[in-house]
Design a protein around this ligand. Sequence first.
Ligand code: IMP
Ligand code: MG
Length: 175
Amino acid sequence: MGKFDVLLSEEQISRRVEELAKEISADYKGIEPVIVCMLKGSVYFFSDITKKMDLSFSIDFARLSSYKSGTTSGNIESICKITTDIENKHVLIIEDIIDSGKTLNYFLKEIEKQNPASVKLCALLDKPSRRVLPVNIDYLGFTIEDKFIVGYGLDFNEKYRELPYIAELNLDAED
Ligand code: IMP
Ligand code: MG
């Protein structure tokens, strides 16, 4: 096995992103949601899926932190908050991966406090076997096994986000 064992190719991701964009565009027809990108991991997924939507919407960004060198710390820190007034607005959150569920469980509660008309979650990846806190995913790209993955926004110590595919990282392999 090399350094990167590809789980989802660029083509597989692109096809699924297109399907999700279509589904979301149909569901939000005439609604103008506020679409929130969860930084940093969702940056490519967010960019690709929003470009494929046939919809009018506004965008905002949030950044929370829970990961320290590949393992969950459990403490969620809000590093950057959305600035849009979302009261009575329809909010769609775009996240890279739901793992323990701690980040989104926390963020969904924060968003609910601002009295939006509705809140939905779109996640590219789900690792259900790792769940500690419940999170309801409305739009899901792929369910994956409990493997540490990188690429398409996902990092290991801030590296490999730029890979166009999603791969399992083999730390023992040579560069
Ligand atoms: P959770 O709070 O445990 O659900 O995970 C939140 C964050 O952990 C995700 O948004 C990712 O940034 C990161 N994460 C979880 N699993 C992986 C992985 O396999 N590779 C890289 N980052 C991950
Ligand atoms: Mg993330």
